[in-house]
Design a protein around this ligand. Structure first.
Ligand SMILES: NC(=O)c1ccc[n+]([C@@H]2O[C@H](COP(=O)([O-])OP(=O)(O)OC[C@H]3O[C@@H](n4cnc5c(N)ncnc54)[C@H](OP(=O)(O)O)[C@@H]3O)[C@@H](O)[C@H]2O)c1
Length: 218
């Protein structure tokens, strides 16, 4: 039987594609959502009760909700989006704490290309894009950088997926992944969904932070 995947951010731009991809590959899901009606409007098939999809209403900032959500899961994927004040690091702190309780190891998290990690060798456009994001959204980027610090100090088998601008379009399967630089300025949400799902059975990027982008077609 396929694993049960706990997903947060399933109603967002990346998350909607991720849920469809996970379902198409036969995974069971536990979805943490603040507004179930929004989820059902986006994914009407989920309105039919299913033994393999559980919708848990709650906020990732609430440790009790996070504990209830992660119970019975085999791995966690986060495509959580921005909030003000930014709360990515506190969300990941809650998730890591609950993962420990259930002896869960695998945590796959999406973040932006502006996060810096030792070993990076960003090209000029990527450095400029990172500097722009840091200037425009200093608190958000600082909080996301803090999220990386938490992950790197944790014992979890994390993968921090660094992406450029997200396009809400289906994928083509043409994706590049690199630990040093982001190869292109966009990623299709469909391509990201396939990459994230693939990480569930792939150890290549455990405790690493690949840049992932869609390969540009002429
Ligand atoms: N979009 C881009 O171009 C882009 C570019 C680079 C990096 N990224 C990164 O990619 C990730 C996903 O981005 P996105 O654009 O898909 O995000 P998004 O569309 O803003 O989606 C946000 C998701 O997070 C959920 N969420 C937010 N706060 C929550 C909370 N406290 N508790 C539970 N759920 C919560 C939202 O649920 P509700 O439905 O309840 O609001 C929604 O499902 C983020 O880390 C983002 O920074 C995005």
């Amino acid at each position: 039987m396929k694993k049960t995947i706990a997903v947060i951010g399933g109603t967002g731009k990346a998350g909607q594609f991720l849920i469809r991809q996970l379902l198409s590959e036969g995974y069971a899901l536990r979805l943490l959502v603040r507004h179930p009606d929004k989820l059902y409007a986006q994914q009407p098939s989920l309105l039919h009760p299913s033994p393999t999809v559980s919708v848990i209403r709650g906020d990732v900032q609430d440790l009790h909700a996070v504990s209830a959500w992660l119970q019975g899961s085999d791995a966690v994927i986060s495509t959580q989006g921005s909030a003000l004040p930014p709360n990515f690091s506190s969300a990941t702190a809650n998730i890591l704490a609950a993962m420990k309780t259930y002896h869960l190891a695998r945590y796959i998290v999406v973040t932006g290309l502006s996060i810096d990690i030792p070993g990076d060798d960003k090209s000029e456009w990527c450095r400029q894009a990172s500097a722009f994001m840091r200037q425009q959204y200093p608190d958000t980027i600082a909080d996301k950088q803090q999220e990386y610090s938490l992950l790197s100090r944790s014992e979890a088998n994390w993968t921090l997926v660094r992406i450029p601008l997200l396009e809400q379009t289906p994928g083509t399967g043409a994706v590049s992944a690199s630990l040093r630089d982001c190869s292109a300025p966009r990623i299709r949400a469909g391509d990201l969904a396939v990459f994230l799902t693939g990480q569930l059975e792939d150890s290549t990027y455990i405790r690493k932070a690949p840049f992932v982008a869609s390969i540009e077609t002429p």
